[in-house]
Design a protein around this ligand. Sequence first.
Ligand code: GRG
Length: 302
Amino acid sequence: MNTYLSIVNNMDFNTLLHEKAELINHTLAQLLASQQIDSKLKESLKYTLGTPGKRVRSALALWCCELVSGQTNRNAEISAAAIEMVHTYSLVHDDLPAMDDDDLRRGVPTCHKAFDEATAILTGDALLTLAFEILAKEVDEPTIAVKLIAQLAQDAGPSGMIAGQMADLRAENGRGNKELLEYIHTNKTAKMFRCAAAMGAICGGASKQQIDQLSEYGLKIGLGFQIADDILDVSASSEQLGKTAGKDAKAAKCTYPAVVGIDKARELEKKLADEAVAVLEPFGKKADTLRQLAMALLERTK
Ligand code: GRG
């Protein structure tokens, strides 16, 4: 793609992402406002959910619903909010002193710095449980709600994101290899992208085949997203990222730049984006936004 076209496409894509982020922010604010909870906890939930995240996973859920059904719907919006809650909980807990011990997230103080450690632990716990509560109570069809809950539990739980985080912690200061790296990144990051794609597709009434295809797309862009994150950690500044840069190398983490080198990591990222685009073939032109997403992730700067 020439540079001009690439810029034009990214502008279009950023507008589309911004539109979805606004809808997700509105849904999150509405869901939170209706909760009867302790005032300090509510304040910290508002703080963490209100910080400027990119909303990529939740937007993916909405786009997958649109792709299979022609439009988004309330169940997809609830799913997008649930995904964003689980993702935000993982960041709040990951930033805690017992984990990554970070002061900066999304350009502002981390939850335990803005409040205190105990409040941050409870904020994470509240986000995780609230995600499942809204799926159980707000999704209008019980059989769909159960499918969504099962998908989120599977991809965020001990055989998904938690498994990845555990392996990541155990690999610190150890020798990484490509197999371990793929295991960590697939579980820690890619499965939440798969989850978003699958949940959106389920809300749109997708066939089993469509759910499988979109899940595969989600896994590929999710792995690419984490490789890009590894590369940005060594190539961008903390100001640009809104979180502390250079932490992976300092903690001797098992990352793509550390194990295969930065050039090979870039090659792999591109290969995954191409493979993700290839998976979308059966959806035709309707999947153009998802194609743009796969390519935009290659060019992301934060
Ligand atoms: C359950 C404690 C716990 C952790 C799970 C997801 C995770 C493991 C830890 C969070 C830290 C981390 C580096 C995760 C990898 C995924 C990733 C790149 C997260 C950042 O996602 P973005 O860039 O964040 O989409 P925003 O702020 O835009 O939402």
